[in-house]
Ligand binder design. Structure first.
Ligand code: 6PG
Length: 240
């Protein structure tokens, strides 16, 4: 977090406005805008806020959506990051079907990493031989995980693979996640962190002198910009 910009927002509505501004600017500047969404509760709440905003200035045909991680479940399952994004926002937007690249959680996981690698090779511009997203949205687990890279698997920030299969440490649920090679190759990363339950981990992430390290610490963009968007609760233990 040290080398990143930290922005504290007073309400999700303000974050939704900032997100829409970014989409308007990028889809009017670029012929295509590639965004990898995260899963979890925080993006859900943001998507609901975004649903009622004015999208008329966003050139939706230029927006290509991917996922930073997905649970190995069917696309109708409530656990599915795609299903939740679709329910909360995408079903209300006219993003061309062919621009939505979900991870097929219903597929055999290892085979799906191969398929999704091919999808990214075809639809995300390469930079230094890795796909370079315009934006990767990440969350922060209260154990310091991000995407579906969990504590003890920080090595996934140094592997050549673009996406791999992981397991949630508590539930054992299999996940497919982008690796650090792609996350750190992005032009921009936005951590969205909300709620008191994250305040301790956020404060720890901001500590420069600590012996522990977490997967989220390994998000250090090669050439891009990493920003942390925190609500008041998640930032409540920061010494500012
Ligand atoms: C997932 C996410 C995961 C999430 C964090 C934070 O698939 O669950 O990718 O990394 O971003 O667990 O989740 P919350 O936003 O729900 O706190």
């Amino acid at each position: 977090m040290q080398s990143s910009e930290v922005r504290i927002f007073n309400s999700l509505d303000i974050l939704a406005d900032m997100s829409l501004e970014w989409l308007i600017e990028k889809t009017n500047q670029q012929q295509q805008v590639t965004v990898a969404l995260s899963g979890g509760r925080t993006p859900q709440s943001l998507f609901v806020k975004l649903r009622n905003k004015d999208w008329s200035k966003v050139k939706l045909d230029r927006l290509k959506l991917f996922w930073g991680d997905e649970r190995c479940v069917s696309p109708e399952n409530n656990e599915s990051n795609f299903a939740n994004a679709k329910r909360a926002l995408l079903s209300d937007l006219s993003i061309p079907e062919e621009n939505i690249f979900r991870i097929h959680g219903e597929n055999e996981p290892v085979a799906e990493t191969g398929r999704y690698t091919q999808v990214m090779a075809e639809h995300v511009p390469l930079h230094d031989e890795f796909p370079q997203f315009d934006l990767v949205v990440l969350g922060l687990g209260d154990d310091g995980h991000t995407a579906s890279i969990f504590p003890g698997h920080e090595d996934l920030f140094d592997v050549p693979e673009w996406c791999v299969v992981t397991r949630h440490p508590q539930t054992g649920q299999r996940r497919i996640t982008l690796t650090g090679s792609l996350i750190n190759n992005a032009k921009e990363v936005a951590f969205l962190v909300t709620g008191y339950s994250k305040a301790v981990m956020v404060a720890e992430m901001a500590e420069t002198k600590r012996t522990t390290s977490y997967p989220a610490d390994r998000v250090k963009l090669t050439n891009g910009k990493c920003r942390w968007y925190l609500d008041k609760e998640a930032s409540s233990m920061l010494r500012i």
